[in-house]
Design a protein around this ligand. Structure first.
Ligand code: 1GP
Length: 266
């Protein structure tokens, strides 16, 4: 699916209201299991797979991405923790800027290092503004990325970063609640960001069940990311299906909300 992933995501969001991307962290599972998760994701109706972490081992990333990509026709998108996550075995890459980082490296240097390989591998770059919101878990990206966490109950700060991302030309915006967090991003933060921004809003961190996924969808998330819940599930297929079914149950309501948001000059 090289070169077509972003448009595919836009179409899917239009059609389904909110879509689910399954995140596979190469550090947390054997490539063989990752390949099985890819099969389960496609069968259960997920819209794509994100691959990445912060392990820094290129060989593990390659093996995992290859196992996933060969097992599914769903789009595979790199979710890089660093330049070591760039692999040719994927369709696209979230070409991210860690907007609330204090580190010049995570704001633009890593992207410069990465750019030529992304081009040579023919990966579709999908520009993304990415912010880490305060949570009860300490994340690798928070540590490596020298993050100035957005306070959990300050929705306006997050929404402002979303709008800034849009104005800077990013194609989507990600509110990161921290992998494995006990509480996902607050609804108020999601809805205010959605009200202000027109680019697809991605929400991840601590979403473990269908009920929560539906709640975040109705708050305004266009893409739900689920990693830990699928990783820890005995039955990955059943977990992904639970989340997808819940999103489909609120599909019409979410699409209606999206329509109400459209700006019209009087
Ligand atoms: C992590 O937001 C993602 O970057 C997913 O979080 O592992 O909690 O699903 P979980």
């Amino acid at each position: 699916m090289k070169g077509k992933v972003y448009n595919y995501l836009l179409d899917k969001i239009k059609q389904d209201g909110t879509i689910n991307l399954v995140l596979v962290d190469p550090d947390s599972q054997h490539p063989e299991r990752a390949g099985d998760v890819a099969i389960a994701a496609e069968k259960a109706g997920a819209s794509g797979l994100m691959i990445g972490g912060s392990g820094g081992d290129t060989t593990v990333m390659d093996a995992t991405a290859e196992a996933i990509t060969k097992n599914t026709s769903l789009p595979t998108i790199i979710f890089p923790g660093n330049i070591s996550d760039i692999t040719k075995f994927a369709d696209a890459i979230f070409f991210m800027t860690l907007m609330n980082s204090r580190s010049r490296y995570y704001l633009s240097m890593a992207q410069a290092y990465a750019s030529v390989a992304v081009k040579k591998f023919g990966l579709e770059p999908i520009g993304m503004g990415y912010v880490v919101v305060e949570s009860d878990v300490k994340t690798s990206i928070g540590f490596y990325g020298d993050v100035n966490e957005i306070p959990r109950y300050k929705p306006k700060i997050a929404a402002s970063f979303g709008l800034a991302s849009q104005f800077m030309g990013m194609k989507c915006f990600y509110l990161e609640g921290g992998s494995g967090a006990s509480h996902p991003i607050e609804d108020e933060m999601i809805s205010l960001t959605k009200q202000l921004c027109d680019i697809p809003l991605i929400v991840g961190g601590g979403i473990r069940d269908g009920k929560t996924a539906a709640q975040k969808a109705l708050a305004g998330a266009d893409i739900i990311v689920t990693g830990t819940a699928v990783e820890q599930a005995q039955d990955a297929y059943a977990k992904i299906k639970e989340i997808n079914d819940a999103l489909m149950n609120v599909r019409d309501e979410k699409i209606k909300k999206n329509g109400q948001k459209e700006f019209r000059r009087e």
